[in-house]
Design a binder for this molecule. Structure first.
Ligand code: HEM
Length: 488
């Protein structure tokens, strides 16, 4: 073919190709929210290097807007960072965004296919599990039945602190053991499950390693880092321990009024399989231990750092609970300032600052004027939302008073301004327990003991630097060390 003919052919082909590229890019730009330009293959991963993930996302959002697209590897993800955008998402599209993007490690031993945390909300099993949790674990009646168990567990934790009186204590370490025992006694009336605790801790720590399979789903099948295989081995160990607990219980042949008792009853009537029971117990232990412990630790740190607020809490306790030796969960209702301090600490330092990843399951989702198509992951930066200057005055300050008398600022995230436990369908199911247990634990610690800072440390030196861990949890970069003193 003559060179001229080549040129003509190229020109003829180039026109439709150019039209396609222009139209496609334009349509794409209209469709997705804006965001930093992704690089080939790695997308925006380099934009998230260093520092804390929730801070990096907030920084990018301040340049690109409260509804922003990032490409994590090849996975398009929409980040929602303002209260108004989050409100639009939860109030208009809750059902459409109520599935999860499942990290590959959670697929180990088919966990995600049975788990309340990872199943889409449209799945009948998810509905069954949530309704069992609501009815048999977190209903007012179930919580009342287990109240004594929780109170005893908290008193045991206080005894541990008392034994260490006068010494510097890593508060989070003691609390972790205390909360784990509280949950195992609530679930199956057994504490001291050290082996179970250790394997769970190992799993939760690893679930977090950044995994190539999550950024490049096509590579999933290869499990290049071996993380899914590793998780499977540990998960099987946990499931074995739970299996033995179930066997022992069934062998006893009598009913216990605890969570396992209720679940086994559902199992014998065919409403749940044995595997469902084990998965549910696993989910509750994995989702509840670290979150509760860290929330109490953050609240204690903020009170120690803010002597004015600590004095107000102590004054309230003195007045509301005069000469009481021990306090009970019911006493929490008499401590509105302490409850406000807990909420304020959860606002500033949400344990799950990016909640859990939501997945869009239907087209038609529009947030902030941008279409968020089916298949997109949606991440709510609750840390940014709860510091949004459009709805919070002095958002960086610790001011418990802002919650006093504000019924609308409950933990259920109704107006999507305060969402430490999420919002909508995927709201944390443990809310009714969390809103009493966390203030109760803190109040018990403050009531039973004096807390001094280590020698030479002043309140303003309490370090509340945040660290976003790879298992998507916000911890204190410097674990809180304090000296418990037996109150005189
Ligand atoms: C202070 C303590 C806690 C905090 C801050 C917390 C926070 C959260 C958050 C932010 C979510 C995700 C919401 C979303 O994606 O929109 C969640 C979900 C969940 N939480 Fe909690 N949580 C706490 C305690 C607990 C406890 C004690 C349990 C169990 C006993 C628990 C069980 C769960 C479960 C099973 C889910 C998944 C629900 C679903 O996806 O349908 N959480 N929690």
């Amino acid at each position: 073919m003559a060179p001229e003919l080549y040129l003509v052919c190229i020109a003829i082909l180039a026109v439709p190709l150019l039209c396609y590229v222009v139209t496609y890019t334009r349509r794409d730009a209209r469709r997705w929210p804006p965001g930093p330009r992704p690089r080939p293959i790695i997308g925006n991963l380099l934009d998230l290097r260093g520092g804390n993930l929730h801070h990096n996302l907030a920084r990018l959002a301040s340049a690109h807007g409260p509804v922003m697209t990032l490409k994590l590897g090849v996975v398009r993800t929409v980040i929602v960072s303002s209260r108004d955008a989050a409100w639009e998402a939860f109030s208009m599209h809750d059902r459409r965004i109520a599935a999860r993007t499942v990290p590959d490690t959670r697929r180990a031993v088919a966990h995600a296919e049975r788990s309340m945390v990872w199943l889409p909300s449209s799945d009948p099993l998810w509905k069954t599990l949530r309704s069992i949790a609501a009815r048999h674990i977190f209903s007012p009646r179930s919580l009342e039945v287990a109240q004594g168990v929780r109170e005893r567990a908290v008193h045991n934790t206080l005894s541990t602190f008392r034994r260490r009186a006068g010494q510097e204590v890593d508060i989070g370490h003691v609390l972790y053991h205390g909360v784990f025992d509280l949950l195992t006694t609530t679930l199956f009336s057994v504490d001291g499950q050290d082996k179970l605790r250790d394997v769970l801790e190992e799993i939760v720590a690893l679930l977090s390693e950044p995994n190539m399979s999550d950024f490049y789903p096509l590579l999933r099948v290869l499990d290049l880092q071996g993380l899914r295989r590793w998780t499977a081995t540990r998960m099987n160990r946990v499931l074995d321990v739970l299996e033995k607990i179930i066997d022992t219980r069934l062998g006893e042949g009598k009913h216990h009024p605890d969570v396992l008792g209720a679940l086994l009853e559902l199992m014998t009537t065919g409403k749940l399989s044995r595997r469902n029971v084990k998965t549910m117990l696993f989910d509750i232990l994995a989702a509840g231990t670290e979150t509760t412990k860290i929330t109490v630790e953050w609240a204690m740190a903020e009170l120690l750092r803010n002597p004015g607020a600590m004095a107000a809490v102590r004054a309230e306790m003195k007045e509301a609970l005069p000469q009481q030796r021990m306090i009970t969960e019911a006493d929490v209702a008499k401590l509105p300032y302490l409850q406000a301090a807990v909420k304020e600490s959860m606002r500033l330092h949400p344990v799950a600052p990016l909640l859990l990843p939501h997945l869009v399951v239907e087209d038609g989702v529009v947030i902030g004027g941008y279409a968020v198509p089916k298949g997109a992951t949606v991440i709510f930066n609750s840390w940014s939302i709860m510091r949004d200057p459009a709805v919070w005055e002095m958002p960086e300050e610790f001011v418990p008073e802002r919650f006093l008398g504000k019924m609308e600022l409950g933990m259920s995230g109704k107006d999507v301004k305060f969402i430490p436990l999420g919002a909508g369908r995927r709201l944390c199911p443990a809310l009714p327990m969390v809103e009493v247990l966390v203030p109760f634990m803190l109040a018990s610690m403050l009531h039973a003991l004096e807390w001094r800072l280590p020698q030479g440390m002043s309140p303003d030196q309490v370090d509340v630097t945040e660290k976003y861990t790879s298992n998507d949890i916000l911890v204190m970069d410097v674990p809180l060390k304090v000296v418990p003193m037996v109150a005189t």
